[in-house]
Design a protein around this ligand. Structure first.
Ligand SMILES: Nc1ncnc2c1ncn2[C@@H]1O[C@H](COP(=O)(O)OP(=O)(O)OP(=O)(O)O)[C@@H](O)[C@H]1O
Ligand SMILES: O=P(O)(O)OC[C@H]1O[C@H](OP(=O)(O)OP(=O)(O)O)[C@H](O)[C@@H]1O
Ligand SMILES: [Mg+2]
Length: 281
């Protein structure tokens, strides 16, 4: 049975379970459930703290896990990213009191508070900066005001928490993170893993693409089809009126309206857009 780790609470938990559910796996109903078997798919789900997931996968006791790239890298375990999951995006950045810092070189000899000390130490060492790392569990933004640090390295999503604490970011992002599927390094995929990956890819594609249908005069087909190349090639079907054809193609959701406008200008009509419920690419 494939053993999969899923965040039990926090920023990634709901989206992770929703994605697995969309991929056809059973998910827990009660948030206090810690283990759940999906007998139809022969998968066992373990609901764990997202920070601990990398530890279990690294130790080989669980096959794969859904967690944040930042949490995975921070844990410095022997595992690898198998795919990104398209949610839980954040950046990991330096911040300090407004006006105090402009470059990371100014961190030399200073105290930097963070919940991600593995990531931070590796980053500072790579750049030859000697600073003392203060490991905190959370609410790191308060550490400077409370006198235990001079700057922080923390997760920034909207920046609201930083602003409220009178701080600003400086330097390049340390890391761009999102939710990822991690698994054992160079290991042969256990039974069920390839299906899980294919299903998760299907969810990503179904979320990122729409299906576009339109009719166009045969002589304008090449021009129109160039706007909707699809993943492989658009489907072209004859219409009763031999001067026209029907075209069907997958289009990036974010490009939908621009492409509809372009197709209309070319002369396409009856342009219809529908969501993709599920797919295997
Ligand atoms: N606004 C956000 N706040 C915190 N984490 C976020 C946010 N957006 C995305 N994430 C991602 O979610 C993960 C952190 O999840 P979570 O908040 O559950 O962990 P935690 O902060 O260690 O736990 P907790 O806050 O419950 O003590 C990281 O991968 C992080 O990049
Ligand atoms: O840029 P923002 O949108 O404001 O989000 C970032 C904040 O959210 C997270 O805190 P969380 O709620 O997880 O609490 P924690 O600091 O105790 O982990 C993170 O640690 C930042 O503090
Ligand atoms: Mg948190």
């Amino acid at each position: 049975m494939l053993r999969v780790a899923v965040p039990n609470k926090g920023a990634l938990s709901e989206s992770a379970s929703a994605m697995l559910n969309e991929a056809g796996y059973r998910q827990r109903r009660d948030t206090r459930e810690l283990v759940m078997v999906d007998p139809d798919n022969d998968v066992e789900f373990f609901f764990l703290r997202p920070r601990d997931i990398a530890v279990y996968v690294g130790a080989g006791t669980l096959d794969v896990g859904l967690t944040g790239r930042d949490l995975f890298l921070d844990a410095q375990v022997d595992a690898e990213e198998l795919m990104s999951l398209g949610f839980g995006a954040s950046t990991f950045r330096f911040a300090g009191p407004v006006g105090d810092f402009t470059t990371i070189d100014q961190l030399e000899g200073k105290r930097v508070a963070t919940s991600y000390d593995g990531l931070l130490r590796a980053y500072l060492a790579e750049r030859g900066i000697t600073a003392s790392v203060v490991r905190l569990d959370g609410a790191v933004e308060s550490s400077v005001r409370l006198g235990v640090a001079d700057a922080i390295a923390d997760v920034v999503e909207t920046g609201t928490t930083l602003r409220a604490a009178g701080m600003e970011i400086f330097g390049e992002p340390i890391l761009k993170s999102e939710a990822v599927l991690i698994g054992r390094k160079d290991a042969e995929h256990p039974a069920g893993l390839d299906v899980l990956i294919r299903r998760l890819r299907g969810v990503l594609v179904a979320r990122q693409y729409v299906m576009m249908d339109y009719d166009v005069r045969r002589e304008l087909l090449d021009e129109a089809a160039a706007r909707t190349p699809g993943l492989e090639s658009p489907t072209v079907s004859p219409l009763q009126d031999s001067g026209w054809v029907a075209v069907r193609s997958m289009v990036k959701r974010t490009d939908t309206n621009r492409i509809m406008d372009e197709l209309y200008d070319i002369g396409a009509r009856a342009i219809l857009v529908s969501t993709i419920h599920a797919c295997r690419i």
